[in-house]
Write a protein that binds this ligand. Structure first.
Ligand code: CAO
Length: 425
């Protein structure tokens, strides 16, 4: 079976997490992704958070499946020649260097466009144009500057960052979408274009509902926030709302059987108005179906602590899975808090390829997250990440069509060698 992006060749200058998630997706859709890495060093994540000595870390392997790796010193004159030839042969260049790096390397957009006018140049930066455009950015900086941290956590606690990498992997998704849209537009215009995605923009996009609430604040309190029912006045900015639901249906995380010893014995419970009567029956409060203090959603808003307290008395008598089974029979929206251990062992996620076991020649078998996007005519097969420079000669010969003599010349030029350490004077 063919793949959606078969025939598309990506020059992958990405590193760390945000960019690699983008190019990994493109590789899963069938693109030929050529990862360019610094000789001897490679993507810094190869050596970060290592669980086993001297083998590529899970950090690296889980972000760089289905790619080929070429090592190339792009500051070396011969290296620049090779890079120029690769630009001629590729459809898309993807990078998430710090601001200005590509220009300093001698490959600004204008030059790339003149070498290959069809090339799409896709970049992730921390910020878009503005006061912070020259700043380097990592995940948590993006969460903090994109409105996520100020609206996450409890009202009386610190701003919180989330475990989900919304700044990195979220922006990688945005860039991948921009790239496929630009590839489609190119079929009409015949031209490449610049595609940029900033991490701040990506996080703010995901925090959209909080910008909604910021504007609602001008017209009165946010009645679905617990603090409204607790009689605590709102300030000028959207507050942190703990585990309150972000939508119009109040929700909370509630304890389940075993919570005293299991940190994940909890369930998310939503008191959706449409199933309120069923909720009353399940928890043993049938009179709440008609009682004026509980029957209608507006009356419940000032009593959410009492209501969820009562529901929790019920959930504490069930495990999170028992509660899930009972509530789902009545279409009551809820979800168990699943630990990473539970997810790793979940056979249904294995069956769909969302969690896959991959074999690596140096580290052995490990689990990874497969393609979260499923396509009926473009199945994703997760292949191990490349070793550093594993495909250097293959790419020089096969992609650039170089002869043995030319490849030997490149080897002799120092363009494939790690940078020499300058001896201390
Ligand atoms: N050959 C020669 N030099 C190379 C090279 C190659 N193949 N690949 C990279 N380099 C050089 C670059 O030319 C650059 O050198 P100069 O600074 O001298 O121009 C340097 O390596 C890379 O610089 P960098 O700024 O990208 O890397 P950093 O480790 O200092 O910063 C990061 C990392 C992530 C903070 C920065 O790249 C960044 O802000 N990126 C944009 C935002 C982003 O994607 N962040 C997500 C990170 S994951 O949480």
């Amino acid at each position: 079976m063919t793949k959606a992006l078969k025939g598309v060749r990506i020059l992958d200058f990405t590193h760390v997490q945000s960019g690699p998630t983008c190019t990994q997706l493109l590789a899963w859709f069938g693109a030929d992704v050529i990862k360019v890495e610094r000789p001897g060093v490679g993507d810094i994540t190869r050596g970060q958070l290592q669980d086993k000595p001297k083998v590529d870390s899970l950090y690296f392997t889980m972000l760089n499946h289905n790619k080929r790796s070429i090592t190339l010193d792009t500051k070396n004159p011969k290296g620049k020649e090779v890079l120029t030839a690769l630009i001629e042969k590729c459809d898309v260049l993807v990078e998430n260097f710090g601001p200005g790096v590509l220009d300093r390397m001698g490959f600004p957009w204008e030059k790339i466009h003149s070498i290959n006018p069809k090339m799409i140049v896709a970049s992730i930066k921390g910020f878009g144009p503005g006061p912070y455009e020259d700043c380097k950015v990592y995940e948590n900086v993006a969460q903090c500057t994109g409105g996520s941290a100020s609206t996450t956590g409890f009202r009386d606690g610190l701003p919180l960052v989330t475990g989900a990498q919304i700044g990195d992997s979220g922006t990688g998704l945005n860039l991948a979408l921009g790239i496929v849209a630009a590839l489609y537009q190119r079929t009409v215009t015949g031209k490449g274009q610049k595609v940029t995605a900033s991490m701040q923009d990506g996080v703010l996009n995901l925090a959209r509902v909080k910008l909604r609430d910021q504007q609602r604040l001008a017209h009165g309190p946010l009645t679905e926030y617990s603090q409204f029912g607790e009689g605590i006045p709102f300030g000028e900015a959207v507050p942190r709302a703990g585990n309150d639901s972000g939508g119009g249906q109040p929700g909370r995380i509630l304890k389940c059987k075993g919570w005293e010893t299991d940190p994940n014995a909890y369930i998310y419970f939503i008191t959706q108005a449409a199933v309120w009567e069923k909720i009353c029956d399940v928890i043993g409060e049938p009179t709440w179906k008609t009682h004026p203090d509980y029957a209608k959603p507006p009356a419940r808003l000032t009593r959410l602590n009492e209501i969820f307290g009562r529901i929790e008395q019920w959930t504490m008598t069930k495990t999170k899975f028992e509660a899930m089974e009972i509530l789902n029979k009545d279409d009551i929206p809820c979800g168990p808090i699943l630990s990473m251990k539970e997810l790793a062992e979940d056979q249904s996620l294995r069956a769909t390829g969302t969690i896959v076991e991959v074999d690596h020649p140096e580290r052995g078998k490990y689990l990874s997250v497969g393609n979260p996007i499923k396509m009926s005519d473009s199945p994703s097969e997760v292949k191990r990440s490349p070793l550093l420079g594993e495909h250097t000669d293959e790419i020089l010969r096969q992609v650039l069509g170089l002869s043995d003599h030319q490849v030997a010349e490149i080897h002799g030029s120092g363009a494939l060698d790690p940078p020499r350490k300058i001896a201390a004077e």
